[in-house]
Write a protein that binds this ligand. Sequence first.
Ligand SMILES: C[S@@+](CC[C@H](N)C(=O)[O-])C[C@H]1O[C@@H](n2cnc3c(N)ncnc32)[C@H](O)[C@@H]1O
Length: 222
Amino acid sequence: MILDSRLSAVAELVRSGTRFADIGTDHAYLPVSLLMGGKIEYAVCSDLRKGPLKNAEETVKKYGVEDKVDLRLSDGLDAYSWGEVNEIAIAGMGGLLISEFIERTEWLRNDDIHLIMQPMTHAEDLRKTLYKNGFYIDKEVAVKDSGKLYIIISAYFSGVFETRTSSQCVIGEIYKNCDPVSREYIKMLLKKYTVKCEMLKNAEKDYTEAESIVKELRQCLK
Ligand SMILES: C[S@@+](CC[C@H](N)C(=O)[O-])C[C@H]1O[C@@H](n2cnc3c(N)ncnc32)[C@H](O)[C@@H]1O
């Protein structure tokens, strides 16, 4: 099975031989591809809705991996229990929803747990939630797929609860990367916050935070 660049980048971050879970699995392409490639031996795939889980079931049957997959309905990680999985992918959902999962799932606060998240929106809020709840971001990957830019965040629990500035939450760890797609991602953020800053200025509203984010983003591109 060939994954698109977005899911391939998520798959690359998965540690071999882990107890893998795919939250909001839909078609289950990610876990099935990992199973076919031998990176994992078993996966739990869950979704909030029956329709997407049916899609997952079809993919699992098509590739003959029924004995290696546990399909279940679950709102976030609610139908999982402590110790069951330690490698968790949450891709293709909003950053605020992923934040909610993290906030309410106490057993994620364990240094054996690896979270691989691909938020479609609000990546800055997700980082804020991670830092606030004692997680550290070890790596971020920017990826371009069909002309669209995506960010993938890899995080572990450290027990250090931090409040980071807005700029730090917008930039995350992506400033450490020198590859062209990461730079393009930073340029995209710069454009977004420059526009935001101008709009606030024109509306005679407080633009100091947006301005400091713009400054930090410019610094990242030097
Ligand atoms: C856009 S699809 C992403 C599928 C796949 N993870 C990917 O990245 O290609 C989002 C999936 O998340 C599921 N979803 C939405 N809210 C959810 C929740 N609260 N808990 C679990 N799954 C959820 C949806 O039903 C849908 O199947």
